[in-house]
Design a protein around this ligand. Structure first.
Ligand SMILES: *Cc1c(COP(=O)(O)O)cnc(C)c1O
Length: 224
């Protein structure tokens, strides 16, 4: 598995301003180090315990940004707030409030993305359009000083139907712009649109993604 070569090829196809989250979940620290040596600095993990263990082992690499991309349970927030750089999958007002509470305890402002449910599958987490618009309209997020809402995240349906995937990403971008223009006009930090994985990131980029989350295409298949 030539991680450095994969990274080089992927980067060559990414616009300069698009951030690459290297999804290292289920891969060993040695794989992260290989990517790090090849210039990668943003790593995405989906399980709290695994991310904490890797952070501990690699804490001397202070320029690594750890992104949490999984489903976060409230009782585990405290384990990641001391070091996490961005939490991608905030899917309820309750979770955002709970993150604020734990972040306050350590005196850190934690960056978060609100997850929108854009796929047709029932299993994927996230706010529905209505829930999301309703929540941002309440302005309650303004009263959470220890979280910074940096944008939206979403996952398209797992299908070979390119037009469907494109339509879902397009929809997410429209939602992002609507929310930005109506509620975050003066909030410069609301600027990220995290969408696109190994099999659909090129479509996501053409639909305005600012951050892609790529695992398999860099590190190979995961062994669960
Ligand atoms: C695992 C995962 C990815 C990476 O998926 P690949 O298909 O391996 O690129 C991206 N985003 C989320 C939310 C994930 O859980």
């Amino acid at each position: 598995m030539d991680i450095a070569q994969h990274l080089k090829e992927i980067r060559a196809g990414l616009p300069q301003e698009v951030k690459l989250v290297c999804v290292s979940k289920f891969h060993p620290v040695s794989a992260i180090l290989e990517a790090y040596e090849a210039g990668a600095r943003i790593f995405g993990e989906s399980r709290v315990q695994e991310m904490c263990a890797k952070y501990e082992e690699l804490h001397e690499k202070e320029d690594i940004q750890w992104h949490f991309i999984g489903h976060l349970q409230t009782n585990k927030i405290k384990n990641i707030v001391p070091f996490v750089h961005l939490i991608h999958g905030v899917d309820s007002p309750h979770l955002l409030e709970a993150i604020n509470k734990e972040a306050a305890k350590v005196g850190r402002i934690v960056n978060c993305l609100l997850q929108a449910h854009i796929a047709t599958e029932e299993t994927k987490f996230g706010f529905s359009d209505e829930e999301l618009l309703e929540y941002v309209a309440t302005g309650e997020w303004r009263n959470l000083p220890y979280v910074r809402v940096c944008g939206l995240m979403g996952m398209a349906s797992n299908t070979d139907n390119e037009e469907q995937v494109r339509a879902e990403f397009h929809h997410l971008r429209e939602l992002f712009l609507k929310i930005k223009n109506n509620y975050f006009t003066n909030v410069a930090s609301f600027k990220e649109l995290s969408m696109g994985m190994s099999h659909d990131y090129q479509i996501a980029i053409s639909e305005g993604s600012t951050m892609v989350r790529i695992g398999t295409a860099i590190f190979g298949e995961r062994v669960y």
